[in-house]
Write a protein that binds this ligand. Structure first.
Ligand code: SAM
Length: 292
């Protein structure tokens, strides 16, 4: 259960119509510990292997890591002799990323550079243009709004034909606060209940639900069509969508088989790969506003 709102420590005072600050500085040390050197369990078992496969990186290539957090993907790429530029709007997390980076083998350290940049601003001016072979945004796009500047900044930095891989919680089944597991005792089926999907919304996510006072981060829900539109507006056309289930399995018990079945059927994550196309001129359509 979510603690009453008065007990939640807001990362900032949220005034109506004022853009919400979304960086994770307030929970940076907790997140750094959670992710650790090599990634959380979900990073290691599901997300990072999928992202690496979709990125198709090769030694010596240049990759942009947008909203990199404490640099878990950037380190992995640097260890593979890929040249990474990674940025996040949280200075505290970029500081952690630099500390982790210093722990890499000396020959790999210089493969990664880290910058404090806001993905909702025209950050492309700080990056070389038409230069990166690929880009990634891992488990972060749902913490950012608007995302049109992110798509445009990435598109400008990519070479023509470059790949942008986005991994996120599945927007259909894992929307914040409005999707839940349920149990149908008659049919003995675990189902996923989806109360809201199509309309954009935002929800505060409490970092430490059991605690008396807890910081929270923002999660922005958008339907899949919004991602397609913002990417296309930026000249990025989708060539792959993958849907990844959780790797977890249930403990032995009466519901074990049904729970395992539903976990396999109802994906936890969605990944999109979009390609920078040179000469397609789409009429841009505005990104849907998020309610206050
Ligand atoms: C769930 S974390 C994911 C971090 C990292 N990609 C990972 O996989 O561990 C979400 C990240 O988005 C970053 N973020 C939120 N808003 C941002 C913005 N406007 N520009 C850049 N980064 C942002 C946060 O600071 C946080 O590091």
């Amino acid at each position: 259960m979510q603690p009453p709102k008065s007990k939640i420590v807001a990362p900032q005072t949220v005034a109506r119509k004022t853009p919400v600050i979304t960086d994770w500085s307030d929970i940076a040390s907790w997140y750094d510990q959670l992710v650790g050197e090599g990634g959380s369990e979900y990073h290691q078992r599901v997300v990072l292997p999928g992202v690496l496969r979709l990125l198709k990186v090769e030694q010596g290539q240049r990759v942009l890591d947008a909203a990199c957090g404490q640099g878990v993907l950037a380190r992995l790429l640097a260890m593979r002799d890929v040249r990474v530029t990674a940025f996040d709007s949280s200075k505290a997390l970029i500081d952690s990323a630099r500390v982790h980076n210093d722990g890499l083998e000396p020959s790999k350290i210089r493969h990664a550079e880290y910058m404090v940049l806001d993905a909702t601003k025209p950050f492309g001016q700080f990056l070389p243009q038409n230069t990166f072979d690929s880009a990634a945004c891992v488990l972060a796009i749902q913490n950012i709004h608007p995302i049109q500047p992110l798509c445009e900044g990435v598109a400008g930095a990519l070479k023509p034909g470059g790949r942008f891989v986005i991994a996120m919680m599945h927007p259909c089944f894992r929307g914040p606060k409005e999707t839940f597991w349920g149990w149908d005792a008659t049919d003995k089926v675990q189902y996923r209940r989806v109360d809201r999907y199509l309309l954009p919304r935002k929800a505060p996510i409490v970092a430490h639900p059991g605690m008396k006072e807890s910081h929270y981060t923002w999660s922005f829900h958008k339907p899949i069509e919004s991602y397609v539109k913002c990417l296309r507006n930026a000249g990025l056309l989708i060539d792959a969508i993958e849907e990844w289930p959780s790797h977890k399995t249930s403990q032995p018990g009466a519901r074990q088989a049904a729970e395992n079945q539903s976990r396999k059927e109802i994906p936890m994550f969605m990944a999109i790969r979009a390609i920078k196309v040179g000469d397609v001129n789409y009429q841009p359509e505005p990104e849907e506003p998020q309610p206050d």
